[in-house]
Design a protein around this ligand. Structure first.
Ligand code: ADP
Ligand code: MG
Length: 387
């Protein structure tokens, strides 16, 4: 925070009055289910964007990102246009806020983050939510954390143009210390589930592979799922989304769908069931069985949903060779990004050393490892006078 406050003073010749934090998220299980009205099980993590700000008496915004080393300035009163850079996330949020209230007051802001950008830990949602918290607060727009999540999803869909589901923003806005969020993306019912991990820890491993294919493949998968729903409806299935398909019907359904669509459906239907099982296993403290479901999830994402890649597979394979790893899978949209593994605390050093070495030997890429804690969702504080 001190570095941020100093930068703020240097740029704006005054003291910041507001402090903000907004975490990234890791999805433990339930991948590619959120846009199918399904279940997800993410947690907010201790990698986060921090910000300091001071409201202005006019409608100007001056925002500096220490991560991009760039100052962006714009007027709230003007029509906001897409620039294809990081300021789009702020503008998108402001546009959505303008739909629910009066947004007249600008701010001077500095952001800095230790959350890797573009690695599937949802820096975009963290960045949207931190801005939504700030601009709703200083413009007296009263929004609940769920409202904030929905508003930020709209910002990403409508302004940035990424057709994401609700999971990321929800986890960032509603995370709880030492807990994961079991979320029904259809109803937005959710339950905070304590992560009783005993002697186990969550390790996130970053492939550090640039994600190239991910957005086109993401849209393609969405279409394949929609197509499957359309065909099943025509065949008399009373469903609105793949959420409504039961696994006992999969063998019947197989005959109705092209092979590729069936593979997508099989993943989504079984993945939803794995989420439900995972929540119960964690509640019962059956962490090893939870780990097995992570492994099954990865196999399904690799073979049926086909969104893994060589780098993710190698990370998972090497992780599972380490004694003390009880589960590992790709997390996020795929084609790069990160894996999530459940590892015995005493094996962590070994894991990082050996998986890091083997991954580098096999891919030529250096991975990053984050031993993750589940943390509270995004927060805004008033800075006390004496500080
Ligand atoms: P992911 O959400 O997986 O990290 P995305 O491509 O969805 O990747 O979002 C990354 C984008 O979010 C960045 O390119 C940038 O525009 C914005 N962003 C994230 N963190 C910051 C930050 N600290 N400062 C400015 N912009 C950020
Ligand atoms: Mg994102």
């Amino acid at each position: 925070m001190n570095e941020l406050k100093e930068k703020f003073k240097e740029l704006f010749s005054q003291k910041a009055t507001i402090e903000l934090r907004s975490p990234g998220r890791v999805n433990l299980i339930g991948e590619h289910t959120d846009y199918n009205d399904g279940f997800v099980f993410p947690a907010a993590i201790n990698l986060e964007i921090k910000g300091v700000a001071k409201p202005r008496n006019d409608s100007k915004i001056n925002v500096f990102s220490m991560d991009f080393n760039e100052l962006v300035s714009f007027e709230l009163s003007e029509e906001l246009k897409k620039e294809r850079n990081w300021s789009d996330y702020i503008k998108g949020v402001i546009n959505e806020l303008k739909n629910v209230g009066e947004v007249k007051r600008g701010a001077d802001i500095v952001f800095k983050s230790n959350l890797p950008v573009g690695s599937g830990l949802s820096s975009s949602a963290a960045f949207e939510v931190i801005n939504a918290l700030l601009f709703s607060k200083i413009n007296d727009i009263n929004l609940s954390p769920v409202d904030i999540a929905l508003l930020c999803q709209k910002a990403e869909n409508n302004f940035v143009g990424v057709n994401c589901g609700i999971m990321d923003q929800f986890a960032v806005a509603l995370g709880k210390n030492d807990s994961a969020i079991f979320l029904d993306t259809k109803t937005l019912d959710y339950e905070i589930v304590p992560l009783n991990m005993n002697e186990y820890k969550i390790i996130i491993s970053n492939t550090n592979k640039p994600r190239e294919l991910s957005s086109s493949a993401y849209n393609e998968r969405r279409k394949q799922c929609e197509k499957a729903v359309e065909i099943l409806k025509k065949n008399g299935y009373k469903i609105n989304s793949l959420r409504d398909v039961k696994s006992k019907d999969l063998s019947k359904i197989k005959k109705l769908l092209p092979e590729i669509n069936f593979k997508r459906v099989k993943h989504v239907v079984e993945e939803n069931e794995r989420v439900l099982k995972s929540v119960n296993l964690l509640k019962d403290g059956k962490i090893k069985d939870f780990g097995k479901l992570l492994n099954q999830s990865h196999t399904s994402l690799k073979n049926f949903y086909e969104v893994s890649c060589k780098e993710l597979d190698i990370l998972v394979e090497e992780a599972l060779k380490i004694e003390g790893t009880i589960g590992s899978r790709m997390t996020g949209a795929g084609f790069g990004g990160c894996t999530v593994s459940i590892v015995k605390e005493q094996s962590i050093n070994n894991f990082i050393e050996i998986v890091g070495k083997k991954y580098y030997e096999r891919t030529g890429l250096k991975p990053d490892f984050y031993v993750s804690e589940a943390v509270n969702g995004a927060e805004i504080f008033q800075i006390k006078e004496e500080e």
